[in-house]
Design a protein around this ligand. Structure first.
Ligand SMILES: *Cc1c(COP(=O)(O)O)cnc(C)c1O
Length: 300
């Protein structure tokens, strides 16, 4: 049988193991009910990017889910750095997860469960590979609504992904790269694991509602300010989306990525725009700046 596991290492049950050995029980609430939270940070050329911000968000998510993480920030940093070191990867996608765990005797009370922390490092993943940067993404604008904030707090990074996965399947079926979902007001929300930014004559706009507050999204807001480009958090209508001068997606899985087509039709002239280029460049430059990144070696 073909090996289904990528290169990488995991931390589970208090030790580092090969990915193929990192397993959880089928009775874990995380598996049975998507009752879990997670965060993904990346390592670029041996340096974590915005590690503390990812851990802050992870801690907040575990608190909101009433299963505060009992592992300290420093311990988490060491665990993640160890996973990366063991994997031997220079560029890595590093995920930390906390599930609700198992309730004794399968009791229906989530408070009885013991939360379970685990982590893993695999090769860096891209929603748009660098060699495809000039072509950009062709997104399928679905009519699927992202789970509304009144049902699930989108600020908690979560595994309620069936809406996003359905969007991806619809996009792939029609030959597009990925999907954009709407919010309950029919405005643009986000895509599978990425936030959306639209450039118009007034500056840059990103949705303020119904989305995960991506660390890359936060980074882009700061970088735009540094570049003296006006940036707003407010709703993006479908019309605004289609009339964008430039469009880009942001994610830890690939950074700042141009969207050049919606449903196969060019966004503006179909080329990567100037704001997208400037922000993309500054984003990658910051990966070597000690104010924004930290080397694995410093943590180990
Ligand atoms: C992780 C994620 C993003 C992107 O967040 P980053 O912190 O920038 O990686 C956007 N939307 C959803 C639903 C996500 O899970």
């Amino acid at each position: 049988m073909k090996d289904v596991f990528p290169k990488g290492s995991a931390w589970i049950d208090n030790k580092i193991v090969k990915l193929s050995e990192a397993k959880i029980s089928i009775l874990d609430w995380g598996f049975l009910r998507s009752d879990a939270t997670y965060d993904v940070v990346h390592v670029w050329k041996g340096r974590f990017f915005q590690l503390d911000n990812h851990i802050d968000r992870f801690f907040n998510s575990t608190i909101k889910l009433k299963m505060p993480c009992s592992i300290s920030r420093n311990k988490i940093k060491k665990i993640l750095a160890q996973c990366v070191k063991e994997s031997g990867l220079e560029n890595s996608y590093v995920e930390m997860i906390q599930t609700r765990g198992i309730s004794p005797n399968f009791e229906r009370d989530p408070r009885k469960a013991t939360p379970k922390f685990m982590a893993f490092a695999v090769p860096f993943g891209w929603i748009l590979k660098p060699e495809d940067f000039e072509n950009g993404l062709d997104v399928f604008l679905t009519d699927i609504k992202r789970i509304p904030p009144s049902s699930v707090d989108p600020k908690i990074k979560n595994y309620h992904w069936i809406d996003l996965v359905t969007g991806m399947l619809n996009a792939y079926e029609k030959g597009h790269h990925t999907a954009i979902l709407l919010d309950e007001n029919n405005n643009v929300s986000e895509g599978p694991g990425f936030n959306i930014f639209s450039v118009n004559d007034d500056g840059i706009v990103t949705p303020d509602h119904g989305v995960l507050e991506g660390i890359t999204r936060q980074t882009v807001i700061k970088l735009a300010e540094e570049l003296k480009i006006k940036i707003y958090e407010k709703p993006i209508t479908i019309e605004m989306l289609k009339l964008s001068n430039e469009l880009f997606a942001t994610s830890t899985a690939g950074g700042v990525m141009p969207i050049t087509k919606i449903n196969g039709k060019n966004v503006s002239n179909g080329k990567v725009g100037n704001y997208t280029r400037k922000i993309h460049k500054l984003y990658w430059d910051k990966h070597f700046d000690p104010l924004w990144s930290v080397s694995i070696k410093e943590i180990l």
